[in-house]
Write a protein that binds this ligand. Sequence first.
Ligand code: PAF
Length: 285
Amino acid sequence: MVILRSLADLAQWQDSVSWHQGKGGFVPTMGALHEGHSSLIRHAVRSSDQVVVSILVNPTQFNDSQDFNRYPRTLDSDAKAVKSAGAHAVFAPSPEELYRGTPHAPHVNWGALTHGYEGVHRPGHFDGVIAVVDLLFSAVRPRLAVFGEKDLQQVAVVQRLARERHPNVRIDVGSLVRDANGLALSSRNIRLGQEGSREALALSNTLFQLRDELVPEMDSHAWEACLKRAADALDNSPGVTLEYLDTVDATTFKPARSLETQPVHAVVAAVVRGVRLIDNVSLMA
Ligand code: PAF
């Protein structure tokens, strides 16, 4: 397993393994890898000849500079995790190397996809995601890229980016991984502490409850009432400040109020003890 720090090193390594002749797999990350990332890497390894994992804390997708500064940076242990999941290279350029200068992200408006939900609470976030994934796809030129279902809106955004600008890249979605208590794995969880980890379970418990309650025969009034009850209860849960709880069409990120249009997911974002968390569950029967 090699660690590549520059675009030139990446190109040289790719030539040495005949990357462009084979099936190159790619898993983009911001590091602080956990079992959720390892499962994405194993997914890529199963379907590819060679796999590159990128590690870059991308400044253009953070609307809060404190959040950017506090984001964990753990390259040594990440490299070990990448190796044991079976990938062949880590691509860890500096932001300036990848962006070829000062990192910047042009504004992109894809309606609800970029401006709903995460787009409301993290203005400009998807501008940064689109910019960095576009640059990474252009540099790595994979056949397959794997993204995690936990960042469900990001998946929908990346699918559109791939359709429009990188039609040769197949996007696979790796399942969300939870800990034994049901908490969605996230690099931010290490900042929750014991108490926060307990309080954060209110998010997944609310989603599981909605999955049981929102049934196909329900009319839209009953659906709304159920959502409102769940949102009020979650917002009043100790330690939790709710940003949004809703049910959406996972491909358009427009609100969904029945199970007729699939795929419908319940999505949530909340701050628990200063840590912003997101989670979702599929409502498909
Ligand atoms: O999901 C992430 O970790 C990031 O948003 C990504 C896709 C690596 C872009 O920086």
